[in-house]
Design a protein around this ligand. Structure first.
Ligand code: XMP
Length: 525
């Protein structure tokens, strides 16, 4: 790697659009590093960031009000290429002397834009259709206001019937504005448009690749920790697994992982983690068998919040104990990823510096006296997965559904008992096996089984059976904030139900959860 992978970078100014992170992910997919900052980023931070170009996000705001959010003058006049998207287009137009008006009807959904030839950004896109000397292209619109008068120096580079000014450009100043959203996949050549902006217009190279990211992270980790020892709470989830693999490659023996088996894990989970990291990769992993401790503390507790607290606190106790036994450890590694960083910055009202660090392992005590090493802080989840694969982690581990920190503790309603955990583990394994077999595992975002501590009557052979009820749940979601119950095929559900009831004698009945979020949550507790 001859060049610093952060040399060519794009600044994304966030005006509050629901699509801002998507813009960033697309820019990264183009092989270019970018960061999201609040639109009011202070001048000194902007200068220090030193981007090759700027992208302005959309916004729920209206651009033609007195106190509408604006692009700071030091950014607008910096002489750098700018791409304004939706609100970004409207505010640039307004700020440079054009006009924006509220529209009586908002435009939402597909629109076919007409692009005259000769536009660096939009002409002759792969998915456009040429008609005479114009190109037709389907894009995704989502806006109320629109530009009605183009600022001086700009020309129209795309139009639709209802929005004659759908995209504008001042090629001499390299300022481009789109009313539509190139970041969403509905805009067929959206990625190509963003590629052109970052590569051709901003002249950024394709430095942001998994191999380069790994190489860069390794050097940084080595510089950061020197010859010190590093401790990592390994859960077996994607983020902590990738951190483990990355740190192991960077500092080898200096890394010690602690894997806490709390008795609330999925079938063979502990063995798999040990197999992958300790046996195959040679990572130093301490497996702490803390099942009795966790289940002992949970005994008699039925309240969901109290259970979560007990699990979280017990985790801290166990981890703390292991850390002090090890002694002489200066660094605590964490799997904080970029969306956590953005969220923390957002909750601080968009100031440029991020202060709060997420404690992915469940909130570690402040008095541990260790500094943090967080090698995934700049990465989106899909990038974490890509580097995990590049580091040689098993595909199944990297693409596994998310699993909550409190584990089966929130999937056993009411009091947690070992007997219930064992039933649930078996049922969950059957469900996963059948999802994989039917090729449905990757089509749903999360799937699991829930243990209901009620008994129902069944009949097996000639015998009456009076045993537990399980609920099977599978959801589809993009962000886990909202979710739809997955419409799994009846045949698959039938197989899952039959197998669970036949193979686990303590279960008499299986139900399928058809609740979406909201109003239900994904987990039952
Ligand atoms: P809910 O149930 O709130 O879940 O709709 C949304 C997503 O978050 C996961 N989840 C957790 N993850 N610790 C975690 O690490 C937790 O305490 C926790 N609770 C819920 C849940 O599995 C789903 O993916």
């Amino acid at each position: 790697m001859s060049q610093n992978i952060h040399d060519d970078k794009i600044l994304i100014l966030d005006f509050g659009s629901q699509y801002t992170q998507l813009i960033a992910r697309r820019v990264r997919e183009a092989g270019v590093y970018c960061e999201i900052h609040h639109y009011g980023i202070p001048a000194e931070d902007f200068l220090a960031f030193n981007p090759r170009g700027i992208i302005l996000s959309g916004s729920p705001e209206s651009a033609n009000l007195e106190d509408s959010p604006r692009v700071p003058d030091y950014i607008l006049n910096a002489g750098l290429p700018i791409l304004g998207i939706c609100y970004g287009m409207q505010t640039v137009s307004q700020q440079l002397g054009g006009q924006v008006e509220g529209s009586s009807k908002s435009e939402f959904g597909y629109a076919r834009i007409e692009i005259p030839s000769g536009s660096v950004l939009l002409s002759d896109l792969e998915h456009s259709i040429q008609q005479g000397n114009v190109f037709l292209h389907d894009v995704w619109m989502s806006h109320g206001d629109k530009v009605t008068q183009v600022p001086e120096g700009f020309k129209v580079i795309a139009s639709t019937e209802s929005a004659p000014i759908a995209a504008i450009a001042d090629e001499s100043r390299k300022i481009y504005c789109l009313q539509f959203h190139p970041e969403v996949t509905h805009t067929k050549s959206g990625q190509e448009i963003l590629n052109r902006f970052v590569h051709e217009i901003c002249q950024c190279g394709r430095l942001w690749t998994p191999a380069n990211i790994i190489e860069d992270a390794i050097v940084k980790i080595q510089q950061q920790v020197g010859t010190d020892k590093v401790l990592l709470g390994l859960s077996g989830g994607v983020d902590s697994s990738v951190v483990a693999a990355l740190l192991h490659r960077a500092i080898g023996e200096q890394l010690t992982c602690v894997f806490v088996d709390n008795g609330l894990l999925r079938l063979h989970e502990g063995d798999q983690v040990m197999e992958t990291f300790a046996n195959n990769m040679g990572v130093k992993v301490i497996r702490v068998d803390a099942e009795d401790e966790f289940l002992g503390k949970l005994a008699g507790e039925a309240d969901p919040e109290a259970k979560r607290k007990i699990i979280g606190n017990t985790f801290i106790d166990v981890f703390d104990r292991e850390a002090s036994t090890l002694g002489d450890v200066n660094w605590l590694a964490q799997g904080t990823i970029y969306p956590d960083v953005i969220e923390s910055a957002g909750s601080k009202h968009g100031t440029a510096h991020v202060i709060k660090s997420h404690h992915n392992v469940g909130g570690l005590p402040d008095d541990m006296n260790m500094s943090l090493v967080e090698p995934l802080r700049e990465l989106f989840k899909d990038e974490v997965r890509n580097i995990g694969i590049a580091l040689g982690l098993p595909h199944d581990m990297i693409y596994r559904h998310p699993f909550p920190g409190p584990g089966l503790g929130v999937r056993i309603l009411g009091e947690v008992k070992k007997e219930y955990c064992d039933i649930l583990r078996q049922a969950d394994a059957i469900f996963m096996e059948e999802l994989h077999r039917a090729d449905w595992y990757q089509k749903v975002s999360q799937a699991f089984v829930v243990f209901l501590p009620v008994k129902s009557v069944g009949v097996v052979g000639d015998a009456r059976r009076y045993s537990y009820v399980l609920a099977v749940r599978a959801v589809e979601t993009i962000d886990f904030m909202t979710a739809r119950w997955a419409h799994l095929p009846y045949d698959l559900l039938e197989t899952v139900s039959n197998r669970i009831i036949n193979e686990i004698r303590d279960v008499s009945r299986v139900t399928y959860d058809i609740s979406s979020k909201p109003p239900a949550t994904i987990e039952w507790e």
